[in-house]
Design a protein around this ligand. Structure first.
Ligand code: 26Q
Length: 764
């Protein structure tokens, strides 16, 4: 297709305007139409076996640039627009971001769909069409407020398919209408689909914030994406959402199986279902139910489903493993209860150890352990980074590993370098083309060739120049979109952007800020000016997380008002951190903060995006940081802190005797630590904020500190000072940047997906 002609035809037909006469919004909608035409013209990949990737979240972010790239018309469109004096990035500002995920897990699902299509594999996503994505975050009074975050427009990415399935809820049947989003594959010529189910008559926008009547079903079924640490009242609705997704998805699978001409009892040869964390686990009993209803024996159905479904675990936090009261399922989908009981009885007959039971607790009060269901009745169980998988095998899931050692495998996460390098950092991508050849775009291991330029001062200078440019660009956008707040592009950009969680330890980062503040006040200046950038949403019901945001925003104000400190230290916090902000900030980062308590972050994927864009990691040996450290070597990463084995040992000791193990008080009393923590109660700070919140944080740190911020804070501070000092040797720093980008090819999600396919899915 001639892109220019077609685009011109579209703007003439739609608006009666020539390309050059269109405004940004008109151009966006014209490009949207062009992209949709090109995507839907593509065939689906062929194959005997098809994957369905079930996930409660697909954090796809804006799609225009990414899809233009996948369709191979990005450069052409870019120069066409330039000829008319327009810029793609300005046009992209018009696009609302679909925030259909909380964080890592949802973004991973989106990267995976991108890679599955790019590798030409037959695999569709299955999820829900939330009308409001993760809440929009607003700051006022140095606190987070939550607002609805709509993204659906009359002209958008959703393609109504006209297909519908009936989902049998306890209260009656509900029609699930299927909408699709096309997923064109880069360089593969094919397109897959993201299937999103919706109710027939969704409720109108809520009147008041994100609070709404959670019992207004079915109208409210697909209203909101549930935040990861949600309130009690939403729990039942969450189960309704899950069953809606898996029942409609399972029916879609069986329909397509039939259309492809395969018998139901061969489903395991022709279908792979990947269960993204436990949220879609009810797909297992639902498939068993549908297969038996359609004539398979229970034995045959169970066998087929067990060879069809595979489970990915994304968390080690015990409290995040889903367990639902059986009474919930009885209410939501009573027809699943006998199936669950049957599956549980079979598991109990085979394995008497009560710790591996699916239904636990006395009759009438049973809880359903979703992960246990997945492990017994899935053929693969994978963790998302090497360390994470080892911890699953040796600690959290060891009783299962004893039973099913062969099911366990690791698939270290990855990210699509198309979005996270080519689109968000075009100048770096162009330099890589020059240095290693454009082949890196399809074979990211080619990035290793960048090592040949380790001593090439021209290339090193270019890396520094590109970084400086990206910092300027990010600063300009920050000033434009964040209330005119200016970042100093000449300062070190030290960035921690991710969901707010105590285990991720934004509070430890804040303690470092306090330390620098106190030092500067006492006349001890840092090696150079530093800009500390945060971005994080706290789950609305997660009180401690909100206190930490409050602390950061108070520190921001304190420092802003202090002319002695301000030239050396700046704290910024992005309001409403999302995929769009990630794309702006990651290419501008010097130091990437990956400081979770070792053993707690399953993998992390932001760490990989930063690395690819030439940031140097400051991190604990947790999740995929361990693999990053191995790949870049000790000179090109700053690691610190307690090792995961030691941390696990501390928790074990504490579980046996609460007086043993980690005692935060001991670390609080250390002379270098106490003043930092006590500053939370300092009048200079409490005058700016809510004393009770700061006091609650102080009390938590001094008496509990469950995620051991005080254990690591001194080592953290030393490592961070070292990184900031090393930044001054620009040539040496540029080498670190170069090594990080060169070694990031391993973290392409194309590699991850190739491994899923090779070991689990066997799609072709
Ligand atoms: C559960 C029950 C009720 C409501 C919500 C939830 C819920 C929702 C989202 C539980 C967990 C999540 C999200 C988890 C998540 O994002 N995990 C991250 O997954 C990434 C991809 O594998 C990893 O890189 C991160 O380390 C991991 O934290």
């Amino acid at each position: 297709m001639d892109v220019k002609n077609r685009l011109q035809e579209i703007t003439r037909a739609k608006y009666g305007l020539e390309l050059s006469q269109c405004g940004d919004s008109q151009l966006y909608h014209a490009l949207l139409q062009l992209t949709q035409e090109l995507s839907t013209a593509r065939p689906a990949p062929k194959g005997e076996r098809k994957l369905y990737y079930f996930s409660a979240e697909f954090l796809i972010g804006k799609l225009l640039s990414n899809n233009l790239l996948a369709l191979g018309v990005y450069n052409e469109v870019n120069s066409l627009l330039a000829q008319c004096g327009k810029s793609l990035s300005a046009i992209e500002d018009v696009e609302p971001e679909p925030s259909l995920g909380n964080g890592g897990l949802g973004r991973l699902a989106a990267c995976f769909l991108d890679s599955i299509a790019a590798l030409g594999l037959p695999g569709d996503g299955v999820g829900l069409n939330y009308h409001y994505g993760l809440f929009k975050q607003e700051f006022a009074h140095r606190r987070q407020y939550e607002q609805p975050n709509p993204w659906i427009e009359d002209e958008g990415w959703l393609i109504p398919t006209g297909e519908a399935f009936e989902v049998p809820f306890g209260f009656g049947p509900v029609k699930a209408r299927l909408f699709d989003i096309a997923v064109p594959g880069a360089n593969s010529g094919v397109a897959n689909r993201l299937h999103l189910f919706d109710v027939e008559q969704p409720a109108p926008a809520p009147a008041d914030g994100i609070d709404f009547d959670k019992t207004d079903l079915p109208a409210r079924l697909t209203s909101f994406l549930y935040p990861d640490d949600s309130d009690e009242s939403g729990r039942l609705l969450r189960v309704y959402q899950q069953y809606f997704m898996v029942s409609a998805g399972a029916q879609l699978i069986l329909k397509e199986l039939e259309e492809r001409g395969f018998a139901l009892d061969t489903i395991s040869e022709h279908v792979a279902v990947q269960i993204n964390d436990t949220h879609p686990s009810m797909v297992i009993p639902e498939l068993v139910r549908l297969l038996t209803q359609r004539g398979l024996s229970m034995d045959a159905a169970v066998e087929q489903v067990s060879k069809t479904c595979a489970y990915t675990n994304h968390t080690i936090l015990a409290e995040a493993l889903e367990k639902w009261p059986l009474t919930f399922i009885e209410k939501v989908a009573p027809q699943l209860v006998p199936i669950l009981k049957e599956l549980d009885a079979r598991a109990k007959a085979a394995h008497s150890d009560p710790r591996v039971a699916i239904l636990q607790g006395e009759a009438g009060k049973e809880i359903v352990h979703m992960a246990h269901l997945d492990i017994h009745y899935g053929y693969s169980v994978n963790g998302v980074a090497a360390l994470h998988t080892e911890i699953l095998k040796n600690s959290e899931l060891r009783h299962f590993y004893d039973i099913y050692p062969a099911k366990f495998n690791n698939k270290t996460n990855g990210v699509t370098l198309r979005r996270w390098l080519e689109v968000c950092n075009p100048r770096l991508a162009a330099l890589l083309d020059e240095c290693v050849g454009p082949e890196w775009r399809t074979d990211p291991t080619r990035l290793n060739k960048l090592m040949d330029f380790y001593n090439d001062s021209a290339v090193l200078d270019k890396l520094l120049d590109i970084k400086a440019d990206n910092k300027h660009r990010a600063s300009d956008l920050f000033a434009r979109d964040q209330y005119g707040i200016r970042l100093d592009p000449d300062a070190v950009f030290d960035i921690q952007v991710k969901r707010l969680h105590e285990y991720k330890r934004q509070q430890m980062n804040a303690l470092y800020v306090i330390q620098k503040y106190l030092e500067i006040k006492a006349g001890k200046l840092p090696a150079r000016p530093v800009t500390v950038i945060f971005g994080a949403k706290a789950a609305p019901a997660y009180v401690m997380a909100k206190h930490i945001i409050h602390l950061i925003l108070c520190l921001r104000r304190l420092i802003e008002n202090d002319p002695q400190v301000r030239p050396w230290l700046h704290v910024a916090m992005v309001e409403n951190y999302n995929v769009t902000w990630a794309e702006r900030l990651i290419p501008a980062c010097d130091i990437s903060e990956q400081i979770s308590l070792a053993s707690k972050e399953a993998s992390g994927t932001g760490n990989m995006k930063f690395m690819a864009n030439g940031a140097v990691t400051l991190g604990t040996l947790d999740g995929a940081n361990v693999e990053i450290a191995e790949l870049v070597g000790p000179d090109n990463i700053y690691t610190f802190g307690a090792a995961s084995n030691y941390v696990i040992e501390l928790y074990d000791q504490k579980a046996k005797d609460s007086k043993k193990g980690y005692q935060s008080k001991v670390y609080y009393e250390r002379p270098a630590v106490k003043p930092l923590v006590d500053f939370l109660l300092d009048p200079a700070l409490t005058a700016l904020g809510d004393e009770a919140a700061l006091k609650a944080l102080w009390t938590d740190l001094t008496t509990k500190d469950w995620f051991m911020a005080l254990l690591d804070v001194e080592a953290y501070s030393a490592a961070r000072d070292r990184a900031i000092a090393d930044y001054g040797d620009r040539a040496a720093w540029a080498r670190k940047m170069l090594v990080n980008t060169a070694r990031s090819g391993y973290f392409s999600s194309d590699r991850t997906i190739a491994q899923y396919n090779e070991d689990i899915w066997h799609l072709s």
